[in-house]
Design a protein around this ligand. Structure first.
Ligand SMILES: [Zn+2]
Length: 425
């Protein structure tokens, strides 16, 4: 971890700014630039926690910040403590404290016993560049607060990053949501992560989300979520090309000599477009490449050497084969549109479900054309299983969408994620 001081810039600065804001300090605009306001907020934080108030985030300050970043602290029970008193002291609901400490008998607390106390603010930030590292820590943070979330790893990316899965529910009717097949479309990762947090929080507190009975969904459904299918691509887009990348020289060549990947790169780190790498009319996707100016690995639309040639698409397909999904949602950006067909394979109920999703979100229901109708995940799912599969394109504008669209995207789509399990029954 590097030292952050006045003038530092980057995604890590942005993350600290967001944390300070959540904690009630005032770091100014969340822009990834450590300026005067952010420096003052750091100093205030340091004074409150007995640190040297120099405005610099070095080893000592980082250590204290770390516990806030992971979203909870370890609390040692003192004489006279009850869980209610601890919950009150930290301004959190007793239900959340009980959930985080599932194995503990609240009527038999022991002095010097250590319990986990979640902070009153949420884990998942939705106002920052959502890197793989941030998502990985958020997954741990959610797991600590809500141990009933089952975390799995479906495989690894080309560069060895975990392809995480999250599981909500224990019911027989399984559905699957995934995000960020395309690197520029990383806003779909915090979207699925925030949904996981909101679902888990409401479930732990025993309240509905919208009007949906989460206990009913939990009993009858299992929701699997893979929030980031393409972590290597996201890293390239958000952090830029790092010198130690094993594909350094090739990536520059594949990007037509440009060093800037942040506005153009949709593919994985080998220049394969993961959503053109599934075994559904893959040959047609391949044949169409020259017409789109695609002659090999590159930022977008290269289908790879053969279907499932990439570890990421292979992991998603394997994960699908190893389950019994009744319905899948593949989240992309942008267009505010829902694609629901694949050739003549689309099951009859897909139209009705698609129309419902369209009503819930305000998005347009549409059919894919040309190259976009081949070799995508939903195409493959419909082709193989003859069950409803949807590609949902969130937001409007040019990719990458600014994170400022998050709130609207979340509001438009949350009900789809709640209605889908019920429609799949
Ligand atoms: Zn996409």
């Amino acid at each position: 971890m590097r030292t952050l001081k006045r003038g530092s810039t980057g995604n890590d600065v942005m993350e600290i700014q967001s944390l300070l804001e959540k904690m009630g300090y005032n770091p100014g605009v969340i822009d990834g630039i450590l300026g005067l306001r952010t420096e003052q907020a750091i100093k205030q934080f340091q004074r409150n926690y007995g640190l040297t108030a120099d405005g610099v985030i070095g080893a000592n300050t980082r250590k204290v910040l770390q516990s806030f970043l992971q979203g909870y602290e370890n609390y040692t029970i003192k004489s006279g403590d009850t869980l209610s008193k601890v919950a009150q002291k930290y301004h959190i609901k007793l239900a959340l404290l009980l959930t985080a400490n599932a194995g503990i008998d609240p009527l038999n607390l022991q002095i010097r016993q250590v319990i986990k106390v979640p902070y009153a603010f949420d884990v998942v930030d939705t106002n920052i560049n959502y890197t793989f590292e941030i998502m990985e820590r958020d997954i741990q943070g959610l797991k600590s607060r809500y141990p009933f979330i089952e975390v799995g790893i479906a495989g690894k990316s080309v560069l060895g990053k975990n392809l995480y899965t999250l599981k909500l529910g224990n019911g027989p009717v399984e559905v699957f949501y995934n995000g960020t097949h395309h690197a520029l479309e990383w806003i779909t990762s915090p979207f699925l992560m925030k949904f996981t947090e909101n679902f888990a929080k409401a479930y732990a507190e025993g309240r509905p989300l919208h009007s949906y009975d989460l206990r009913d969904i939990w009993m009858q459904n299992t929701i699997y979520i893979m929030p980031m299918v393409n972590p290597d691509g996201v890293e390239l887009v958000l952090q830029g090309l790092q010198r130690d990348n094993p594909y350094y020289d090739q990536l520059i060549a594949w990007n037509n000599g440009r060093m800037n990947f942040g506005e153009v790169w949709e593919a994985n780190i080998r220049g394969v477009d993961l959503n053109h790498n599934y075994d559904a009319s893959w040959e047609l996707s391949k044949q169409a490449e020259p017409a789109y100016g695609v002659h090999g690995p590159g930022p977008t639309r290269f289908s790879g050497q053969y279907p499932e040639s990439e570890p990421e698409s292979k992991a998603v397909a394997d994960f699908t084969r190893n389950h019994n999904f009744r319905l899948v949602l593949a989240y992309h950006s942008q267009g505010e549109v829902i694609y629901w067909t694949y050739q003549d394979k689309t099951p009859p109920e897909a139209r009705r479900i698609g129309e419902l999703f369209s009503r819930l979100s305000g998005y347009t229901l549409a059919e894919t054309t040309g190259i976009t109708s081949y070799a995508g995940y939903k195409d493959w799912f419909i082709d193989k299983y003859r069950r409803p599969g949807f590609t949902i394109e969130v937001g409007l504008g040019r990719n990458p969408l600014p994170i400022s669209q998050f709130t609207e995207i979340y509001r438009d789509n949350e009900e789809i994620l709640l209605a889908a399990p019920i429609q799949a029954r």
